[in-house]
Design a protein around this ligand. Structure first.
Ligand code: ZN
Ligand code: ZN
Length: 187
């Protein structure tokens, strides 16, 4: 876990009376894209990435990829292949597929850095007001801070803090390394 003195895993559920900045920016983009193209931004995006060099792993229900806009070296976006607004509408089969892809992603991080890799991960889902929010597409973000090894991490400082984030490695290279870090489990 990041941001604590004693490493430990924990989860939190945040529910706020207003939509926080990150999902609000996404909501604006979902709405703008829908208005402009009559389609869903993430449905169209995962079609572009489905067999591409930024793909890390996919199962029948989810896809994991390093998005082209990633700023953390091994950032991963996990997206439902089906258009749905929140995990509450996942089928039983899709729920198992979600568990599978989360495990596959976190194990790849551990393998890649040969350590219990720290990361922040979260789900973004539709607001829970009375609106339908058909524009929303359920997804998750993984933000691990490591760059070169278990002890060499990325710092978002200097120009990055005052100007804009810089990439240390390309998303294509990150995806390739993560594909290679596949977990070989004994059957
Ligand atoms: Zn969609
Ligand atoms: Zn998001």
């Amino acid at each position: 876990m990041m941001g604590c003195s004693n490493p430990h895993p924990h989860g939190q559920i945040w529910a706020t009376s207003t939509v926080p900045n990150e999902p609000r920016k996404e909501q604006e983009s979902f709405l703008a894209y829908q208005e402009q193209h009559g389609a869903c931004l993430l449905c169209d995006y995962i079609k572009l990435e489905a067999s591409g060099e930024r793909l890390v792993y996919a199962n029948d229900h989810f896809i994991a990829l390093v998005p082209f806009w990633a700023i953390w070296p091994y950032e991963i976006l996990v997206v439902s292949k089906r258009h749905l607004g929140s995990m509450s509408t996942l089928t039983d089969e899709a729920r198992l597929a979600q568990a599978d892809i989360l495990k596959c992603v976190s194990s790849r991080y551990d393998n890649l850095f040969q350590t219990s890799c720290p990361y922040s991960m979260g789900f973004h889902q539709q607001p829970t007001d009375d609106e339908e929010h058909n524009e929303w597409h359920f997804h998750a973000h993984f933000y691990p801070p490591l760059l070169r090894s278990a002890s060499v991490r990325k710092f978002m400082v200097g120009f990055e803090m005052l100007g804009s984030p810089q990439r240390d490695i390309t998303p294509e290279y990150a995806a390739e390394r993560l594909r290679q870090a596949e977990v070989k489990t004994a059957k």
